[in-house]
Design a binder for this molecule. Structure first.
Ligand code: IMP
Ligand code: MG
Length: 178
């Protein structure tokens, strides 16, 4: 797998240090509250697992699986909910956990759905932000790193379902998909 990576962007140690900073910030900001952390599968699973262990609050976790309609051919940004939350979120403080914020279409649609359900607050925590490709106005309250417009994999992120198990984040060599 490593031979397919052209550049390591964030090592295991760098990821761990940044995730601990994010966890400490969330712990401080949500003092006295018990937020519900909503992981967007599958990409967020590694980040979420590390992040929750860096948060010192009585929080709960749940997951959603969403998929975009079509292959970028539809431009309304609607996403299909494949797996929904199992708890009522009315009055809850929600933190949506994402691997990477790209066009923002997924999260802008998801935030809309969660706010219609009466959440007390909704904030976004993304490990990576690719602002160059933003189409929907989404601003994360917490973000690990801002990256250039390159296709990256590892630490939960995939290309064709592979590379999620790499412990670091790297740029996928374009020869793999061209
Ligand atoms: P968007 O913000 O609605 O465009 O969707 C972001 C989703 O696209 C992420 O959750 C990833 O699943 C996927 N994605 C975007 N950029 C990358 C990348 O560089 N590598 C792997 N997956 C990506
Ligand atoms: Mg994803």
């Amino acid at each position: 797998m490593i031979k397919d990576i052209s550049e390591v962007l964030y090592s295991e140690e760098e990821l761990s240090a940044r995730v601990h900073e994010l966890g400490a910030q969330i712990t401080k900001d949500y003092e006295g509250k018990s937020p519900l952390l909503v992981g967007v599968l599958k990409g967020s699973f590694v980040f979420m697992a590390d992040l929750v262990r860096a948060i010192d609050l009585p929080c709960e976790i749940d997951f959603m699986v969403v998929s975009s309609y079509g292959n970028g051919t539809k431009t309304n940004g609607a996403v299909q909910i494949i797996k929904d939350l199992q708890v009522d979120i009315a009055g809850r403080d929600i933190i949506v956990i994402e691997d990477i914020l790209d066009s923002g279409m997924t999260l802008s649609y998801l935030s809309g759905i969660l706010s219609e359900r009466g959440a007390a607050s909704i904030k976004i925590c993304t490990l990576l932000d690719k602002p160059a490709r933003r189409m929907a106005p989404v601003t994360p309250a917490y973000k690990g790193f801002t990256i250039d417009d390159k296709f990256i994999v590892g630490y939960g992120l995939d290309y064709a379902e592979r590379y999620r198990n790499l412990p670091f984040i790297g740029v996928l060599d374009p020869k793999v998909y061209s």
